[in-house]
Design a protein around this ligand. Structure first.
Ligand code: ADP
Length: 304
């Protein structure tokens, strides 16, 4: 497996309390890795150690197959990132801030500045001082800076939390575009599973400093069970009829709902049989377990 980024036994404590406890991340080249966990789970701390902004107590980080060291600046030229509240020079314009970043990174292609401002929809505000930017605009500018030098890996810590739903959708499309068209590998954190589910091909779940699961979406889709959800007025009567029809794999959820885990049987057959026997049928749906359901089962305790 071609790993572009991995962490090996990463640990970090603050005042004797473990914030990151033996985290082993395996990120494939060209993938979008969704790093998901509630606030305080340890996501930022892991990402800071990946970017060498914080030293681990033990363990190591490997990027492009090389161990990260304090003096390894060249590696960071190939990475773009957003960590916590991004810092900008307030009295300078967005364009000037990006220009300064190009200088600092030794990146000569100044045309790229206009290009990234356009990509994050800030091209009309490029000459405005950052002081006059809203939170959402600053977040877009941070994304522009992260992708400015065409990095091979993007490390994005909650990159869309100040954006409205439309902005979130636009940025998701941008990350997808960078991944598909430019081959950028993306590590993106969020406390909302559904926010990364749409773009990630691998999900890592972290809680209380521990990586509880690391699974590819392909694997998840294989295990997501399909079922028929029935809402009826009399579950006891309905259950009896289902048994009579030879259906064994079902469960009564409460006094209205039944789930049938038999993918062969058609919804039409069931509804006709129930109605014929006088069971009031409110609704019948074919459903999938959600991703939350899947991880709940996997981690036996929920995600928050
Ligand atoms: P997340 O990014 O998932 O919200 P963090 O990595 O920011 O989580 O925090 C993980 C835990 O470590 C939290 O309990 C947080 O309070 C603690 N923590 C993070 N940074 C520091 C620090 N510099 N000093 C003390 N505690 C910290």
């Amino acid at each position: 497996m071609d790993l572009i980024l991995e962490t090996l036994g990463l640990k970090k404590s603050f005042q004797g309390t473990a914030a990151v406890d033996d985290v082993n991340i395996h990120m494939k080249k060209g993938s979008v890795y969704g790093f998901v966990g509630p606030n305080g789970a340890g996501k930022s701390t892991v990402m800071k150690m990946i970017l060498n902004l914080m030293e681990p107590d033990s363990g190591e980080v490997r990027v492009f197959g090389e161990k990260i060291t304090a003096s390894g600046f060249e590696i960071f030229k190939r990475m773009g990132s957003i960590i916590e509240n991004p810092y900008f020079y307030d009295t300078m314009t967005a364009w000037q801030n990006l220009d300064l970043y190009c200088e600092y990174m030794g990146f000569p292609d100044k045309e790229r500045i206009d290009e990234v401002l356009r990509l994050v929809d800030l091209h009309r505000a490029g000459n405005k001082r950052v002081r006059h930017y809203s939170m959402g605009m600053k977040q877009r500018l941070a994304i522009a800076r992260a992708i400015l030098t065409r990095p091979e890996i993007l490390i994005l810590d909650e990159p869309v939390n100040a954006l409205d739903p439309e902005g979130i959708r636009e940025m998701r499309n941008l990350f997808r575009h960078l991944n598909h068209e430019e081959g950028t590998s993306v590590l993106i954190s969020s406390h909302i599973l559904s926010e990364v589910e749409l773009i990630a091909d691998t999900i890592g779940i972290i809680r209380q400093g521990r990586l509880l699961a690391e699974v590819s979406m392909d694997e998840i889709h294989k295990h997501q069970t399909e079922y028929i959800s029935l809402q009826v007025d009399n579950t006891a009567h309905a259950a009896l009829l289902l048994e009579k029809m030879g259906i064994r794999k079902f469960s009564v959820q409460d006094d209205e709902n039944i789930r049938i885990y038999d993918s062969e049987i058609s919804g039409k057959t069931i509804s006709e049989a129930l109605v014929k026997e006088g069971v009031g049928l409110e609704s019948l749906w074919r459903r999938h377990d959600t991703l939350e359901d899947y991880f709940f089962r996997l981690t036996e305790g929920g995600l928050s």
